[in-house]
Design a protein around this ligand. Structure first.
Ligand code: ACK
Length: 302
């Protein structure tokens, strides 16, 4: 009788233990992030280039060629990045670079689709005078399409510029690095051609709307301002915005109403310049939506 009691007790004990183990393993499976991958599952290949925050490599993931963005230590808090990556993963559009996987242990790896022709900025620079207005409108319209999707999803890019648009095969243009700017931290005492520290954050000064510099608050309307600067880059084949001004002149004059003049060489049509000026409206609420920009770009004449 006693022996029977013991075996019942042992049976119950082992059943409970198995149940707990099973529950734990189910919980682990549910909570494991399917986007998080081990570093060993990525084979790094040739170096594609270097951004402010680290080197970008070509890589192989599941036998598929990918781009691997590696972030230098200290460029962001891995926990902030992980939170932001959860949102980035939900963004899917033919004109947005698709996030494929992440490695959130430092050095952080961001694995995305590979774009054969690199950044739009470099693409433009080597094609000075070799593109037609229709090609330029096509680039702008595809970027506006990707941005209209972010707008609809109530998401903000914060660093829209030709260097962050990538060019694929068959004239496909995709917006990269959306959301990243929010979690990036300024490396101490480091600035470069594009980014300057403002408080704890860093800003791409020449692409940033004056109200965002003033109050460090970003909205989709700041992205619209940056889109106007991107149009300027497209029309000038990658010229640096405000070419004759230094950073402090930009910081001081733009909030006081200064706007870049219409590019004349290379030529920029009045229609296109009008769209730029609309994006640079001092009152952010009077700037167009990306949805409206898509339409306006269809009607641009040379
Ligand atoms: O102009 P590039 O060759 O294109 O040099 C820059 C560099 O990395 C730093 O940003 C390249 N790059 C970034 N992301 C990708 C990508 N997904 N596919 C191909 N090249 C990329 C970019």
């Amino acid at each position: 009788m006693w022996i029977g009691g013991c075996s019942l007790c042992c049976f119950l004990k082992s059943t409970i233990i198995s149940f707990v183990l099973l529950t734990l393993s189910i919980m682990q499976t549910v909570s494991a992030d399917p986007w998080e991958i081990t570093r060993s599952s990525i084979k790094l290949g040739r170096r594609l280039g270097e951004g402010f925050f680290g080197v970008v490599y070509q890589g192989l993931y599941n036998n598929t060629p990918v781009a691997v963005k590696t972030l230098r230590h200290g460029t962001m808090d891995p926990r902030d990045f992980l939170k932001e990556a959860q949102i980035m993963k939900t963004m899917e559009h033919p004109n947005l670079i698709q996030l494929l996987a992440v490695c959130t242990e430092e050095p952080i790896y961001i694995i995305t689709e590979l774009m054969k022709n690199g950044s739009l900025l470099d693409y433009l620079k080597v094609r000075v005078g070799r593109l037609h207005l229709n090609d330029q409108i096509e680039m702008a319209a595809q970027v506006a399409s990707g941005m209209a999707y972010l707008e609809m999803k109530k998401y903000i890019h914060r660093d829209l510029a030709a260097r962050n648009v990538l060019v694929g095969e068959n004239n496909v243009y995709k917006v990269a690095d959306f959301g990243l700017a929010r979690v990036l931290q300024a490396p101490p005492n480091q600035t470069n051609l594009y980014y300057i520290p403002v408080g704890k954050a860093i800003f791409p000064l020449r692409w940033t709307a004056p109200e965002a510099i003033a109050n460090e608050k970003f909205t989709i309307k700041c992205d619209v301002w940056s889109f106007g600067i991107l149009l300027y880059e497209i029309m000038t084949f990658g010229e640096m915005p405000y070419p004759d001004m230094n950073n402090s002149q930009v910081k001081q004059r733009v909030p006081n109403g200064y706007r870049m003049p219409r590019p004349v060489d290379p030529y920029c049509s009045q229609d296109m310049y009008k769209i730029m000026l609309d994006c640079w409206n001092g009152n952010k609420n009077d700037r167009p939506t990306f949805e409206a920009l898509k339409m306006s770009l269809r009607n641009v004449r040379g």
